[in-house]
Design a protein around this ligand. Sequence first.
Ligand SMILES: Nc1ncnc2c1ncn2[C@@H]1O[C@H](COP(=O)(O)OP(=O)(O)O)[C@@H](O)[C@H]1O
Ligand SMILES: [Mg+2]
Length: 337
Amino acid sequence: MIQIEKLRKTYRARGRTVTAVDGVDLRVREGEIFGVLGRSGAGKSTLLRCVNLLERPDSGRVVVDGRDLSTLSGAQLRAARQRIGMIHQHFGLLSSRTVAGNVAFPLEVMGVPRRERARRVAELLELVGLAEHAGAYPAQISGGQKQRVGIARALAGRPRVLLSDEATSALDPQTTGSILELLRGLNRELGLTILLITHEMEVVKRICDAAAIMRDGRLTESGPLAELLTRPGSELAAGLFPLPESGAVRPGTTVADVTFVGEAADRPFVSTLARTYAVDVNILGGAVEQVGDLRVGRLRIELPGDPDANAAQLAHLREAGLTVEVHGRDTALEGTS
Ligand SMILES: Nc1ncnc2c1ncn2[C@@H]1O[C@H](COP(=O)(O)OP(=O)(O)O)[C@@H](O)[C@H]1O
Ligand SMILES: [Mg+2]
């Protein structure tokens, strides 16, 4: 649905060149919620603005719904943009217009006749749960309600794709939850493809099917959530399960981080391991989380004996579908699931 290839965007500011997006490849499948996670300044907003050509990339391609946006000219581009909705952190509502007036605005710009416009506004407000607030002004509603107006407005042109730039960053955790629920519902009911950017792990955890991590203009990892979380050395897994700094491994022991996703999370691997090999498994830390529809967990375990002595035990865990990263060596090389 969204295909980004070798995208590059630089800015010149005060004689200095800033490379905001530095060769990004990204694919968002139809009907998917894709999250790009990264710190401030990583290039996330620039990437998003290149997807609807609010920003012209220096090079690379952006194909949305089968159309290469860079080949489109004025009117075609405007039409294509209508099929891409966008929501923002600070809502961007017109304070002089009511809730209904704000949602009507893009429809006016599109030249939708008055009667149809009124019908469509009512439909959109119903969709985002704001029917009762149609006559209120932005100053009279809460942040969460403002974002609902932003979402209704973004959906006015019946877009296939919604871009979200930190849409929940200005909201408290509870309101964030309700907006994420709304986005998930729209994704399911309308088949809306959503590309969202965020600096909050929570957002990715709650609603994303796939994700990427962006740093210094590049994606450092990218893929379906279940796959990312089980990839050895996964930054996403490390962010989701902040285990203590891996201290020195006690001599004569093996310390390993074991990540389990989906079905593998439902099997009691610790007790099976302990029983099968008659070893004492020491649990040093860990957690289990619900990530979208998946149960994901990570445990740091300690076994008696060095890693060579535990070869069979470690192989047993990997055969059970778990990702195992052994400490005290080059863990990135060690871990294969
Ligand atoms: N219009 C601009 N002019 C100059 N530099 C910019 C502009 N927009 C963004 N940048 C720079 O590009 C980099 C990425 O910014 P941005 O895409 O806003 O990151 P993020 O959304 O991840 O915080 C930053 O170093 C920022 O200062
Ligand atoms: Mg930003």
